[in-house]
Design a protein around this ligand. Structure first.
Ligand code: ADP
Length: 385
C-alpha cells in the first residue's frame, strides 16, 4: 500500500503533484513518519532519519510493536509511536480528539519533542494509518526555561527589599508625629510599594503555574460559608472607597466542593479588587453562588456596576498582560496578570471562568467549580510554550 498513489492511473498532473508532495516532505524541518493500522512504517522523511539516527531502508515496511522499545536502535521511535512507553509525557489535546498533540521528554541526551498525530482515512472514511509530525523543541524549551528562571530569580531578589520598604512606609504612615504635609506622600508611597509587591507575587505565581508546580492541596469546602468568610475580609476595603458589597447566595443547600481554599481566594480577591477598581463612585458589587441545573458544578458570580468591558475584548482579558482599552484609560496602572492566574487556578480545579459585560453598565464574572471531585484534573501539567 502506498500513501501517495490512490489514483489508479497517474496523469501528468497527478504525478507532478506527487513529486511536489515528495519534495515538500523531504525538505521539512520537522520529522514525519507514517504507519498503517498494523504499525507498519510506510514513510520516513530525512528529518526523521536524522532525529532517530536510522535510515529509511532499515525502517520502511517494518512493523513496530511495544517490544521494540527494548531495542536501543528503535527505542526512541517506538516510544513516540506508543507514547505511554516514554519516560515523561504531557498530553496537550483532549483524549480521542485529533490531531493528538503530546509533549514527550527524554533523558540522555535531554530532548523535548512535540508529536502531532492525525489519522489517514481512505475514501470511505476507514482509518488506514496515522501520520506523526515530530518537532524537536529542546532548544526552544531551554530558552523558555532560562527566561522563566530569570523572572523567578529577579522576583525573589525583589521580594525582600520591597517587603522592607512596605514595613518602613507603614511605620511612617502610622507615626502620629508625621507632619500633615507628608501624610499624603507617605500613603501614596505605601500604596505603590503594596502594588509593586503584588506584581512581584503575581510574576512568581505565573512562573510556578507555567512550570506546573503551583502545588494544589484540595479539601472539601462548604462554598457558602467559605464565601461568607472571604467577603467579611473584603468589606473594609470596599467600604473605604464607598462601594457596597452584597452577598446573594442560593437559598437551597449546596453540595460540597473540593477546592484549594487559598488558591480560590486568590481568584476571588482578584475579582473583587477589579470589581472595586473598575467600578463607579458609590457603585456596588453582588456576589452570588448557586448550583448549576443538570450539571455537577456550582457557579459563583461577581457582579459590579462599573465601566464594563468592550465585547470584542472580553475573551482576551484572560490572557497574560492584557488590559482592555477602557480600563487603561480609567485606571492607568494595572499588570493584566490577575485574570490569567485566575483562569489557570480555576482550570486546575476542573472549572471555568468567563465574563458577561456591557460597557458603562457593569460586568459579571462567572466561575464554575465541580461538585464531582473526579472532574478535577488529576495532576498539574506545565503549560506549553
Ligand atoms: P489588571 O486589573 O491588573 O489590569 P487583570 O488581569 O486582573 O489585570 O484584569 C485584566 C483586565 O480585565 C483589566 O485591565 C480590565 O481591562 C479588565 N477587567 C477586569 N475586571 C474588570 C471589571 N470588573 N470591570 C471592567 N474591566 C475589568
Amino acid at each position: 500500500m502506498s500513501f501517495f498513489s490512490r489514483t489508479p492511473t497517474p496523469t501528468p498532473q497527478s504525478s507532478g503533484n506527487a513529486d511536489m508532495l515528495r519534495a515538500i516532505i523531504a525538505s521539512m524541518e520537522d520529522a514525519l513518519i507514517v504507519y498503517d493500522e498494523n504499525f507498519v512504517l510506510r514513510l520516513i522523511n530525512p528529518a526523521a532519519e536524522r532525529l532517530f539516527s536510522i535510515s529509511q531502508s532499515e525502517l520502511l515496511g517494518k512493523q513496530l510493536t511495544p517490544k521494540e522499545a527494548e531495542n536501543p536502535k528503535l527505542q526512541r521511535l517506538t516510544q513516540i509511536i506508543f507514547p505511554t512507553l516514554a519516560p515523561a509525557i504531557v498530553p496537550r489535546s483532549k483524549s480521542g480528539e485529533y490531531p493528538q498533540v503530546v509533549d514527550l521528554s527524554f533523558e540522555d541526551p535531554y530532548t523535548e519533542l512535540r508529536t502531532i498525530t492525525s489519522p489517514i482515512a481512505d475514501a470511505t472514511g476507514h482509518v488506514t494509518g496515522f501520520m506523526k509530525i515530530i518537532r524537536d523543541r529542546t532548544r526552544e524549551s531551554s530558552l523558555m526555561r532560562s527566561k522563566t528562571e530569570f523572572i523567578t530569580v529577579a522576583s525573589h531578589q525583589l521580594r525582600t527589599p520591597i517587603t522592607n520598604l512596605e514595613w518602613s512606609l507603614e511605620s511612617i504612615t502610622e507615626d502620629p508625629g508625621l507632619p500633615e504635609s507628608l501624610k499624603e506622600i507617605a500613603s501614596g508611597a505605601l500604596l505603590s510599594a503594596k502594588e509593586l509587591k503584588s506584581i512581584v507575587e503575581d510574576l512568581l505565581s505565573i512562573t510556578k503555574i507555567e512550570e506546573g508546580r503551583f502545588g494544589y492541596t484540595f479539601e472539601d469546602a462548604d462554598i457558602k460559608q467559605y464565601l461568607e468568610k472571604f467577603l467579611e475580609n473584603v468589606l473594609p476595603q470596599a467600604k473605604r472607597v464607598g462601594i457596597s458589597v452584597y452577598f446573594d447566595p442560593s437559598k437551597e443547600e449546596l453540595p460540597k466542593v473540593r477546592i484549594d481554599g487559598q488558591k480560590v481566594s486568590m481568584v476571588l480577591q482578584n475579582l473583587l479588587d477589579n470589581a472595586i477598581r473598575y467600578n463607579v463612585a458609590n457603585g456596588s458589587i453582588t456576589v452570588g453562588v448557586q448550583k448549576q441545573e443538570n450539571a455537577p458544578f456550582v457557579e459563583i458570580t461577581v457582579k459590579d456596576t462599573g465601566i464594563g468591558i468592550p465585547q470584542e475584548e472580553a475573551e482576551k482579558l484572560f490572557s497574560k498582560f492584557y488590559r482592555a482599552t477602557n480600563a487603561v484609560k480609567s485606571v492607568p496602572d494595572g499588570s493584566g496578570l490577575g485574570l490569567y492566574i485566575a483562569k489557570n487556578i480555576i482550570q486546575s480545579h476542573g472549572g471555568q471562568i468567563w465574563v458577561e459585560s456591557e460597557v458603562n453598565r457593569g460586568s459579571t464574572f462567572h466561575i464554575t467549580l465541580p461538585t464531582d471531585p473526579t472532574l478535577i484534573p488529576p495532576k498539574e501539567v506545565p503549560i506549553g510554550v
